[in-house]
Design a protein. Structure first.
Length: 280
């Protein structure tokens, strides 16, 4: 399998001035992420993990250094270019799902496309397919307050996928979930990577999740302390090939949807009557 560089981070620094003192958060980060990779970023609190994720997601800019996405230095983009880049090329999943409470699950998933001005009919079809893929076809008309924590995070993941991004950035995505629900979400991330070839970078304190990744980057004091790649034989995960035909990836992931449904905790499968309102 030929690897292709998706993101190249070179000599990235991040500094703040706080009460007249310089605070250095990131210290000369160099990192290359290949298409189809799934990597965990771990380290103690204050190591700079979330700051690195925010800079990779262009939610913040480095004080020094470059971030090349498919060969283009996004640190040179204007604010409007960055907004468009984030909307089209990146997906985000955070510890707090940030769903809009007044909208249904399917409407929340559609939101990035609606902001982009895409066809509502096409978006709704795509959003329903994604909710089915993450095991929530029975919850599409429910609002966030009617969903469990695990279900809300599944909606957030489907929303992250709606624009078919090249890279999903997840910051402690299971930090607020119980162990059983966290396990189901971990499996879902890996299954989606294998089926779609989407690249995932996940900041986590979960050693269980990190140990499943083909690659684990450990940070400490604003630097990368260790970068470990595992061979497929070392664990249950192998890097997806984004260049493989969709049919081949589906064959590799045969039974994934069934496993996702089986992995949903009982609390996430409780039946509820769907409201009558529909998008449009």
């Amino acid at each position: 399998m030929t690897s292709k560089t998706l993101v190249a981070v070179k000599d990235v620094w991040k500094k703040f001035i706080h009460e007249g003192n310089e605070v250095v958060i990131l210290r000369g980060i160099d990192l290359v992420i290949e298409e189809g990779e799934m990597l965990a970023v771990v380290g103690p609190s204050g190591a700079g993990k979330s700051t690195l994720l925010h800079i990779l997601g262009t939610l913040d800019l480095p004080t020094k250094g470059t971030i090349a996405f498919e060969g283009k230095d996004v640190t040179r983009y204007s604010a409007s270019q960055l907004a468009s880049f984030r909307n089209q090329r990146l997906g985000f999943v955070f510890q707090f799902h940030h769903l809009l409470p007044e909208f249904t699950a399917v409407e929340n998933v559609m939101m990035p496309g609606l902001i982009r001005g895409q066809s509502q009919r096409a978006l709704e079809k795509r959003a329903k397919e994604l909710l089915d893929e993450v095991g929530l076809s029975h919850r599409i008309r429910h609002r966030p307050g009617e969903l469990s924590g695990g279900e809300q995070q599944r909606v957030a993941l489907a929303r992250a996928l709606i624009m078919e991004p090249k890279l999903i950035l997840a910051d402690e995505p299971t930090g607020n979930l119980d162990s059983k629900t966290s396990e189901a979400i971990h499996k879902l991330f890996i299954d989606l990577n294998q089926r779609r070839g989407t690249t995932f970078l996940i900041v986590t304190h979960s050693r269980d999740l990190a140990d499943r990744m083909a690659r684990t980057v450990t940070m400490r004091d604003g630097r990368i302390e260790n970068d470990v790649r595992r061979e497929p034989s070392d664990g249950p995960f192998r890097r997806a090939d984004p260049s493989a035909p969709e049919a081949a990836r589906e064959e590799e992931g045969e039974g994934v949807h069934e496993r996702v449904q089986e992995d949903v905790p009982d609390s996430d499968q409780a039946e509820a009557k769907e409201p009558a309102e529909r998008v449009g």
